[in-house]
Design a protein around this ligand. Structure first.
Ligand code: YRO
Length: 304
């Protein structure tokens, strides 16, 4: 069940998403010691950040909502960690989320000399105050990619927000193909949802009046749609993320065209044990279907 992305081989297609439980060195080592097939670091900024006031994450029956506010130790700490994390002998993916184009360039230049195998640039980030996040502003997406692709010496992919319009899929894909991004990870959480506790008559998280990114079961069909569309339109591999919590979910994402998948909410809720559980469930499901490699069914969703 090996899979390859930008010439980097993964023992199986299931690893952690940037965000949950990947901020501290201890958490990253725990992912290294788990059945996760790679180690993805929390999106880093130029300087360390405490993030938003708590409560800022809440698991709910069908998923999660968060407004963490990018708590992280700053890029130098993660670049240092790559040297130690290498001992786990699995791919290391450095997630980059600078708050300006200049910061992204600084971080990527430093990452060129790290032990990261792949760089994942988070486009769900405000780059210019008053403008939408980069991923929802196609002019900015084009400008940012033109600049970062010039300096990246490691394979650089992008993490995308969800899209909901066929014309948007086509416009984004055209830009990503033009810049030869190494891979695309979709989707980030569905932005600015609101979850209300009717007993307390309050939102469940504190920042931003309760607005936050939606994850988990709520978003799986949107994630599958984004994976399907982009895997048809792009010249590079797609990594799927959004609402995976069982082995059969992994199967569905690969059927839709994913080369690998990442676990967000389920990892936050269950901890590192989710990687071995879901890997085993996925392998059992494939065995039952008579499939022995992901190429047997990747992208082969049937039509009605
Ligand atoms: O709040 C976060 O740190 C966060 N949460 C998500 O679900 N996705 C993200 O990409 C991030 C970091 C980026 C941002 C939302 C704070 C701009």
């Amino acid at each position: 069940m090996q899979t390859t992305i930008a010439s980097v081989t993964f023992e199986h297609p299931i690893f952690n998403a940037a965000g949950p439980l990947c901020v501290t060195t201890e958490e990253l080592n725990a992912i290294g010691n788990s059945s996760s097939s790679a180690i993805v670091t929390k999106s880093c900024t130029r300087t360390s950040r405490d993030g938003n006031p708590e409560p800022r994450y809440r698991g709910v029956p069908l998923g999660s909502i968060n407004s963490m506010g990018l708590p992280n130790r700053g890029y130098k700490a993660y670049i240092n960690d790559t040297r130690v994390l290498k001992e786990h002998k699995k791919p290391i993916i450095l997630s980059v989320s600078g708050l300006s184009l200049e910061d992204n360039c600084t971080i990527i230049t430093a990452a060129n000399a790290s032990d990261a195998d792949l760089l994942e640039l988070n486009l769900s980030c405000p780059n210019v105050p008053g403008k939408p996040q980069v991923g929802y502003d196609f002019e900015q997406t084009d400008t940012v990619l033109a600049a970062v692709m010039k300096i990246a010496k490691k394979p650089l992919g992008v993490k995308l927000p969800p899209y909901f319009d066929f014309v948007h899929f086509e416009q984004v894909a055209k830009i990503l193909n033009k810049h030869n991004v190494a891979f695309v990870t979709c989707i980030n959480s569905i932005g600015n949802a609101l979850y209300i506790d009717p007993v307390l008559e309050e939102p469940v998280i504190k920042p931003k009046g309760g607005f936050g990114g939606l994850g988990g079961q709520y978003i799986k069909p949107t994630a599958l749609a984004n994976v399907r569309k982009f895997s048809e339109l792009l010249d590079c591999p797609v990594i799927g993320v959004g609402g995976i919590e069982k082995g059969v979910d992994v199967f569905e994402f690969i059927l839709a065209g994913a080369h690998a998948v990442q676990l967000g909410t389920v990892f936050m809720e269950e901890g590192v044990g989710c990687f071995e559980r879901i890997r085993k469930e996925f392998e059992d499901y494939c065995a039952k279907k008579g499939y022995t490699s992901v190429e047997d069914f990747r992208g082969k969703l049937k039509t009605l």
